[in-house]
Design a protein around this ligand. Structure first.
Ligand code: NDP
Length: 453
């Protein structure tokens, strides 16, 4: 497109958002390079969504084996081999790394391995090379963060290391109450570790609907996770090969691994951003406008480094919108309303739209429809696991504001209802939809009695 610069777009970071923006930009005819210092595919492919979901599958089997008995199966002695899971997971990630690299190459994007720093609004430096670009895109993602004021915190691992532990921890303590802490507590517990989770407030998963939060806490306790709410880790002491953890509620636990999942921070340090005038917020998030433009007009940022809605599909949508806007003469902004999300906890949670609490703040009147039941499968399996479904409705317009679920494959179910919410479905539309029988999902179209107004 331009000849004044080496590239039309220079992207820093080959994660979900950076790869999507670069590929699309190249497809629209831009000359694009992407720099990556670590791994292709970013957090999601390497130390996030993908390996986490594989671990989550692994951790469900022990319940499946137990549930099988009620259906007449005799399952022999089962043992779990962590080494096999890690090796197979690593192979799959390597395969995906290759796919990402090839996708970029096939799109005509030049890949440069190494750490890029920004020299001026149109120049980056990488591997001793100085490269100019009409526009620079910062898509460097985030990195686990843990508090530094806890004695012994240096012994704690983050989710990054949890994906590569050499030995499976028989006893583990997970600190935090967000997506990662809840998912990993379920994974460790499901794989057979004695699992303790410590969260500073109650219940965990702040921001999700309270019925899901409370329901999940109850189910996790039933499955054996030792939940400590309204408290914090006081200190971690290494004693030989194990760790002695004191919790502020007075409990003391001895574990093989301490994992902190207390949030992630944008990766924006030491890359020249502030030096060239790019504004960062106090925790390092790159501040952008609705078009991903930073305070320096030729520098853009998207995805987790902007710390807004830190989800892979959001970064993909942002990457697409940026490429269309800049290189296809098609100004586009992603729609951040009604973004569905799932927590791969045990059981799974998924949600789209407003929580009951949020809806009550925004609307004068809110109707609540809720069902809690034991899924058909468990009538024979003997499991007491509960499934919970909830609709939040605005009575004057009849619009469904929120759809929430706790239960097997909640993410698969809620993805479909997300389309309905985006289309503005009313409760009457839900009611006129014929269910699929027997499924759990049909409850969403057969809930007739409001439980609260
Ligand atoms: P979150 O921000 O979701 O959760 C961080 C947790 O740590 C919160 O419970 C928070 O408590 C707690 N915390 C923060 N600071 C401290 C502290 N100083 N001491 C004790 N506890 C503390 O971060 P995660 O690391 O779980 O995940 C990062 C992001 O990655 C998520 O927000 C999500 O966007 C994304 N993600 C998405 C997944 C999915 O889609 N399934 C899976 C994994 C991650 P409090 O609530 O009180 O602030």
């Amino acid at each position: 497109m331009s000849s004044k610069y080496d590239y039309d777009l220079f992207t820093i970071g080959a994660g979900s958002g950076g790869v999507r923006a670069s590929r699309m930009a190249a497809r629209y005819g831009a000359k694009v390079a992407v720099a990556e210092e670590r791994y292709y595919g970013g957090t999601c492919v390497n130390v996030g969504c993908v390996p986490k979901k594989l671990f989550s599958y692994a951790s469900h089997f022990h319940e499946e084996f137990r549930d099988a008995a009620g259906f007449g199966w005799t399952v022999g002695d089962s043992t779990f081999d962590w080494g096999t899971l890690i090796a197979n997971k690593n192979n799959e990630i390597e395969r995906l790394n290759g796919i990402y690299e090839r996708m970029l190459g096939n799109a005509g994007v030049e890949i440069i391995d190494g750490r890029a720093t920004i020299v001026d609004p149109h120049t980056v430096s990488i591997q001793g090379r100085t490269i100019s670009a009409e526009r620079i895109l910062v898509a460097t993602g985030g990195w686990p963060w843990m508090p530094d004021n806890i004695p012994g915190i240096e012994h704690a691992i983050s989710s990054n290391e949890a994906f590569y532990l050499e030995k499976f921890p028989e006893r583990v303590l997970v600190a935090g109450g967000g997506y990662i802490a809840v998912e990993f507590a379920g994974i460790f517990n499901g794989l057979g570790a004695q699992t303790t989770q410590v969260y500073r407030s109650t219940p965990f998963l702040r921001g999700f609907d309270h019925d899901l939060r409370e329901g999940l806490a109850e189910e996790m306790r039933k499955k054996g996770v030792d939940l400590h709410f309204n408290t914090r880790v006081h200190d971690i002491e290494k004693r030989g090969e194990e760790y002695h953890v004191t919790i502020n509620d007075g409990a003391q636990v001895t574990v093989d691994t301490v994992m902190f999942a207390t949030g992630r921070r944008p990766m924006s340090a030491n890359m020249g951003l502030e030096e060239v005038g790019v504004k960062l917020d106090p925790i390092g998030s790159v501040v952008v406008d609705d078009n991903f433009q930073t305070s320096v007009s030729s520098i853009y940022a998207l995805g987790d480094v902007t710390n807004r809605l830190n989800l892979t599909p959001v970064a993909l949508a942002e990457g697409m919108a940026l490429a269309k806007s800049l290189f296809n003469d098609e100004p586009t902004q992603p729609d951040y309303t009604n973004v569905a999300t799932a927590v791969f906890s045990q059981p799974n949670l998924a949600t789209v739209g407003l929580t009951e609490e949020h809806a009550r703040v925004v609307y004068d009147e809110v109707d609540i429809y809720r069902e809690t039941f034991r899924a058909l499968k468990h009538t024979l399996s003997g499991s007491s696991e509960q499934t919970l479904m909830k609709l939040v409705v605005e009575p004057t317009t009849d619009r469904v504001l929120g759809v929430h679920m706790m239960g097997p494959d909640a993410g698969e179910v809620i993805q479909g209802f997300a389309v309905a919410l985006k289309a503005g479905a009313t409760k009457a539309v839900f009611d006129s939809t014929v269910g699929i029988h027997p499924t759990a999902a049909e409850e969403f179209v057969t809930m007739r009695e409001k439980v609260q107004s």
